[in-house]
Design a protein around this ligand. Structure first.
Ligand code: FDP
Length: 342
């Protein structure tokens, strides 16, 4: 008989919390509410090709980008699933300029939630995998409603982070600082079941993922690094293959499972790249580090960056530890293509 246990995400979270003496169950409640939001978003995403839900909502988000209907929907679903549980004191989302307050009359709690409701949304019309990304902190202000100060904490202070991928299967990957675990959704029973326990990213991969259309604006070190990856060298498994979905959460998921490196560098047009620190780079960095990988802005660890603004951008190099280390050496000009291969 197959002896492997069937474990729901709910049970996994509760057991994880039990391991911490003094835990109140509050955190499990928070993640349970989030899981419900993911199921609702999944339901709409999977209907997207059937009902006439695709297309623009006719608005622009705070970054001046066009907002798709599903972004608006996902943003609202998460807020409405999380605003009344009493676990959170404040939220912030990619779609909103300012922090999102808990409405008057609802209890506030000790946690802070930052989220990107639907990452990769420019791919929705092509039915490419997209996802919701989240990041959770403990509040730092004394009580009552939370503030911007609660949201602007460095990534190493995250107590949990994860994403829900809406792809050929739907899957939640999350960490609470005790490894990275994946749960695949079984729609027939409405549950996320443990499918990838303790994910470990390979020490070095064979795939690089970057938008090479930006090549002409890259700095020299970046150009040289990609050239290096394309050169032939059996000892270091080069040339690497390239894969770029253009939906970060999907590119990160592949990188987590197969290894290699995902990059969105700064360049001469956009010195800080495109991706947002608080609800994209920080959560995926926590997840990848917990799987044994690493993450950098090219100079230093993403999780050590002291944030200055909710929507600030950062260059991002994330994936297998050896790959990120070599990328940093090129970006910092410490290494050239002619340097001895390793
Ligand atoms: P999108 O604009 O479709 O939401 O940060 C958003 C993001 O997608 C990432 O998911 C993705 O990796 C990146 O932008 C793609 O940007 P480029 O089109 O510039 O490559």
């Amino acid at each position: 008989m197959n002896q492997s246990k069937i474990v729901t995400i709910e049970r996994h979270i509760i057991e994880g919390e039990r391991a911490h003496p003094g835990a109140t169950g509050d955190f499990s409640g928070l993640l349970r509410d989030l899981t419900l939001a993911f199921k609702v978003i999944w339901r709409e995403v999977s209907k997207a090709g059937l009902v006439n839900i695709l297309g623009l909502a006719g608005k622009k988000n705070v970054h001046g980008e066009e907002v798709k209907k599903l972004d608006v929907f996902a943003d609202e679903v998460i807020y409405r699933a999380m605003d009344h549980g009493g676990h959170l004191c404040v939220m912030a989302s990619e779609e909103n300029e300012d922090v999102l307050q808990i409405p008057d009359g609802y209890p506030t709690g000790k946690y802070v939630l930052l989220y990107d409701p639907l990452d990769g949304s420019s791919n929705i019309d092509a039915l490419v995998t997209i996802g919701t990304i989240f990041s959770i902190y403990r509040r730092v202000t004394p009580g009552g409603k939370g503030t911007m100060q609660d949201c602007l904490q460095p990534g190493y202070k995250q107590i949990a982070a994860g994403y829900c991928l809406y792809g050929s299967s739907t899957m939640i990957v999350y960490t609470t600082g005790d490894g990275t675990h994946g749960f695949t959704f079984d729609p027939s029973i409405g549950e996320f079941l443990l499918s990838h326990e303790n994910i470990k990213i390979p020490q070095r991969g064979k795939i690089y993922s970057v938008n090479e259309g930006n090549y002409r604006w890259w700095h020299d070190g970046m150009k040289k690094y990609v050239k290096y990856l394309q050169e032939e060298d059996k000892a270091t498994n080069r040339p690497y293959s390239t894969r770029y979905i253009g939906s970060m959460v999907a590119d990160i998921h592949r990188t987590l499972l197969f290894g290699g490196i995902f990059m969105y560098p700064g360049d001469t047009r956009n010195p800080n790249g495109k991706l947002r620190l608080m609800y994209e780079a920080n959560p995926v960095s926590f997840i990848v580090e917990q799987a044994g990988g690493s993450s950098s802005n090219g100079i230093s660890r993403i999780l050590d960056i002291k944030p200055a603004a909710l929507h600030q951008r950062t260059p991002l190099f994330v994936g297998s530890e050896d790959d990120v280390c070599i990328a940093e050496e090129f970006v910092q000009g410490k290494r050239d293509i002619t340097s001895k291969a390793s």
